[in-house]
Every structure is written in structure tokens, then in C-alpha cells.
Write a protein that binds this ligand. Structure first.
Ligand SMILES: [Zn+2]
Length: 288
């Protein structure tokens, strides 16, 4: 099948250990593994753990248990929870992320935002800046502020699809003025994901449709930083696994947590089949 797709160098699975792995995660792993095979790419296991409020040790343990149970292999990255904590946690790379934040500061594109959760709640939105922080030019060193990118929604972001087609888009409202540094001083998911993909040489990104706005934000950020490798990477956005009634699965969806399915006696083959069937692979542009 490799003739259908251009040769790629490296892709990655990038789970966040903020819940027990469920069928949706497994479906994403299967597709990533499949795309790696089709393109000849090697596979990195990256654990997105920068969001300290959500990550728990039992979820890290579950992640390795589940990957080993399913027989999903990878070529680079931690083999065990111990290796992950010691060598691969994103917390080990904070100096690198801070370096990029300093670079961003130099571009003049970042602004500090002191909007609180209460401000957002009053405005009836979940994220974004609801005040005129952009115009107020709050000092970036002000404690307790988010750093946001002053996004331009007229600017075009180009995305490379695996079939060679390049599509042009503008940033959706959901990533307007997206955050690059959080109030606690830690880098945001958007920044960390981009920097890791660049530093680890990822040129094939496979992720769920729900991360489409993040893809656009990250390519936008790469353009801002003058990073040329990331915008030319290939991007694949796959369908999501839906729970009963078409509801999006959350990690609290215990019914589809792999550990629960294992306790009920489901085999590796049955779990893999359930994951594939749950996500309507008929909608995919390539065979699994
Ligand atoms: Zn604000």
C-alpha cells in the first residue's frame, strides 16, 4: 500500500494520561500504526503530560498495561512507566519550552491576559479572552496571567494532506487568541505539542477530528516562529469513536475503558475489533 502515500520519516502516538484508555484511544493508535505502515514511518510514543492538573500515575500505568495487552508496538519512546518518568516526561523539557516562549516574546505576537474563569463564566464562554487585554498591553511578566497569541483570522494556514493535496484555511473562532503560556507559568498544550513534534522530527501527524482546530493553531504558531519543517508535515484527522447514542466518548466513559473490558473477559482481538467497528472506518480514506 505504500505507493498510495508519500514516504514519511516519523509519526507518533501522543496520549494524555488523564483517564483510563478507552476504545477511542485504541482506534487512534490503530490508525496511527496503520498510517506508519503505509508511509514507512517509524513510531514514537509520546506522553502528553504537561497538564499537571489532569495527569495521574494510575493512568500512566494503565497506558503501558493497555498498549502491551493490545500488542501495539512503537520504535522510540519509553517502554515502561519508570522509563517515562526518568527520561521522557515533558517536565524534563521545560527549559526548551521556555526558550521558545522567549522567542515568541521577541516576535511581539504574544500578549498577557488576566481574564479569570469567573470572567469567562459571566461571558458564557469556555475559553478565550473576554476583555480588552490585547489592547491594554499588560506586562508579560505580570504574575497570574496567560500568554496568548494575538491571532489574525484573515491569515491563511496551509495544511498538507497525505495525498499531496494542500488545503488553505483560516483559524476557527475556537482557537482565537490561543494560549501559549498558562497562568501557572507552564507552557500550553499547543506550544508543547508543536515543539515536541519539531524536535523529534515528526513529519506525519495522525489525530482525531476534534484536534483539527489545534492543528491549525500549531501550524499558525510554527509560521510565527519561522519553523519550516512542521507546516510541511502531513496531517491526517480521523473520525472519533462515539459512545451510545452518538455521544462523544470522554475518558470517564467507564463502559469503554479497556481495563473494564479486560476484566469482563474480552480478548485482545475482540477489543481491537470493537475499536475499529465503533468508529465507522468506512469513512477513512485508507484501509486499516
Ligand atoms: Zn483577557
Amino acid at each position: 500500500m505504500t505507493q498510495l502515500f508519500p514516504r514519511c520519516y516519523k509519526t507518533r502516538m501522543a496520549p494524555t494520561p488523564s483517564g483510563f484508555l478507552h476504545l477511542g484511544n485504541v482506534f487512534s493508535f490503530i490508525i496511527t500504526r496503520s498510517m506508519a505502515r503505509h508511509t514507512g514511518a517509524s513510531m514514537l510514543l509520546r506522553i502528553d503530560d504537561i497538564d499537571r492538573d489532569r495527569v495521574k500515575p494510575e493512568y500512566v500505568t494503565d497506558l503501558f498495561d493497555t498498549l502491551h495487552f493490545l500488542g501495539i508496538s512503537w520504535d522510540e519512546g519509553p517502554r515502561t512507566a519508570e522509563e517515562y518518568y526518568r527520561d521522557w516526561s515533558q517536565l524534563n523539557r521545560l527549559a526548551r519550552y521556555q526558550q521558545v516562549l522567549r522567542q515568541l516574546r521577541g516576535t511581539g505576537a504574544a500578549f498577557a491576559c488576566d481574564c479569570s474563569r469567573a470572567d469567562l463564566h459571566r461571558a458564557g464562554i469556555e475559553s478565550g479572552c473576554v476583555s480588552d487585554c490585547r489592547r491594554r498591553k499588560i506586562a508579560l511578566d505580570t504574575p497570574g496571567t496567560n500568554w496568548r497569541i494575538a491571532t489574525d483570522h484573515q491569515q491563511t494556514v496551509c495544511i498538507n494532506n497525505p495525498d499531496g493535496h494542500v488545503s488553505a484555511h483560516v483559524l476557527p473562532a475556537s482557537v482565537k487568541d490561543f494560549i501559549v503560556r498558562k497562568k501557572d507559568g507552564l507552557p500550553s498544550y499547543q506550544l508543547v505539542s508543536l515543539v515536541d513534534d519539531v524536535d523529534f522530527g515528526i513529519d506525519l501527524v495522525v489525530r482525531g477530528h476534534d484536534l483539527w482546530p489545534s492543528t491549525l493553531a500549531q501550524v499558525y504558531l510554527a509560521n510565527l516562529l519561522g519553523i519550516e519543517t512542521f507546516p510541511v508535515a502531513k496531517f491526517v484527522h480521523h473520525p472519533l469513536v462515539n459512545g451510545p447514542g452518538g455521544v462523544k466518548l470522554s475518558k470517564s466513559a467507564g463502559d469503554t475503558a479497556i481495563r473494564n473490558l479486560r476484566e469482563q473477559g474480552f480478548t485482545r482481538e475482540q477489543v481491537l475489533e470493537m475499536a475499529i467497528k465503533s468508529a465507522d472506518p468506512a469513512g477513512l480514506a485508507f484501509p486499516l
